[in-house]
Design a protein around this ligand. Structure first.
Ligand SMILES: [Zn+2]
Length: 79
């Protein structure tokens, strides 16, 4: 199961209706105490509409934890 490939093939922008996107991985360092302690870095999939620039973020931890069930999630997101 390749989340990026599935999203790119199913993508439909909720803002402009475009169906072209790219998926990037971004890392976000936690704020506050977690940042001070350097405890964790959160990684997200950023799904960027190539038509209007609208971006959605999905937690990589959650997505990866879904395994094959991610197909069900994608059905909910994109119909
Ligand atoms: Zn769009």
């Amino acid at each position: 199961m390749n989340f990026e490939r599935e999203v790119e093939s199913r993508f439909k922008c909720p803002k402009c209706g475009g169906n072209s996107c790219r998926v990037e991985k971004i890392a976000v360092t936690g704020a506050g105490i977690t940042r001070l302690l350097d405890l964790q870095t959160n990684v997200f999939y950023a799904v960027v509409c190539e038509n209007c620039g609208y971006t959605e973020l999905y937690s990589k931890n959650v997505i990866d934890g879904k395994g094959d069930r991610i197909m069900d999630i994608l059905d909910v997101i994109f119909g």
